[in-house]
Design a protein around this ligand. Sequence first.
Ligand code: SAH
Length: 368
Amino acid sequence: MFSGAIKTNTEHLEDGELVTVTDYNNNFLGRGYFQHATIAIRILTFIDEQIDQQFFNLRIKNAVDFRLQLNLLRSDNNIFRIVHGEGDLLPGLIIDYYNGVAVIQCHNIGMYSSIDLIAKALKNAFGGELKAIYSKSSDTLPERVITEDKYLFGEVETPHRAVENGVFYNIDWKTGQKTGFFIDQRENRKKLAQYSVNKRILNTFCYSGGFSLSALKKGASEVHSLDSSKRAIHLTEENLKLNKFSGEHKSIVADAMEFIKDIADFDIIILDPPAFAKSRTKRHKAVQGYKRLNAAAIRQIKPGGLIFTFSCSQVVDKELFTNTVIAAAIEVGRNVRIVEQLHQPADHPVNAFHPEGEYLKGLVIRVD
Ligand code: SAH
């Protein structure tokens, strides 16, 4: 609920306070967390119910049951998202699962104030399966909130080994980006693997090497992993050691944009940059960034090669992203076909009433 939609004076309210929203006739509309921000209230429920332990027990059990229904907890896969904000009717709450450990990230103050209820609900939902719960909200809450990243239950040595579709990863939620791993690319890594046999692949913006490892597991002949962060390349190399795949691998610390201008002979290029735009005002610049990056890859790839290109900027929607890639192809003047349309996986669900929850989109294009 935007601040402009509220008639009542909200000055006296505290950040994170639980508030009830009514219409002009005092009819109940919803209940949620207040915060002094443009989005002033994050609605938790549209029925007149208490926001208590039972509320969180039900929402989190429901989220866990859904992931089990998706068959994401198996002997060859124990990495998945347990709660994806509005997509699980818990706005501002992210919980990721790494082989028995839940990492909680709160994006609003109210949710953070309920973290003990959330931790207990997780324990209830998983039973003995859960070894530890780590709270990591210092990066995602406003600076005025004092938070400490710490274990709320149990403790596990990091990096912690977990497995995604048969590929092993060392995951460190304490020092890694986000909750330690980009779970949202799981199905797209699997898709890449299908095309990878005997191929020469360049994985740019590789972070901990997810696309590289999935390709090598399937039989890619050679993979080059590139990231501007030395730490990311170190993570990729550690993960390579863990898996012992036979294909050749090369690590590159460089700026992707600069590097791509001079490459040759790759069958597949992956472009998975960080969000270029975090707000609508930055959208125009972001689009130009995507166009430049994609144009460079389209120009340099082998005839018949594939480009897996992504955008995780929420303000750049699917249509705008597709048009941007098309504009890049027009600029380069090579014929490009859209082979596949990619998106975030099912454990990152989009609430039908919150279409803004759709943020990750991608295309596989074939360049003639
Ligand atoms: N594809 C990854 C996730 C990418 S996250 C995966 O599957 O896990 C984005 C990555 O881009 C980060 O690791 C960040 O260090 C890197 N990055 C940011 N700017 C970059 C640049 N200009 N050139 C290369 N890498 C960059």
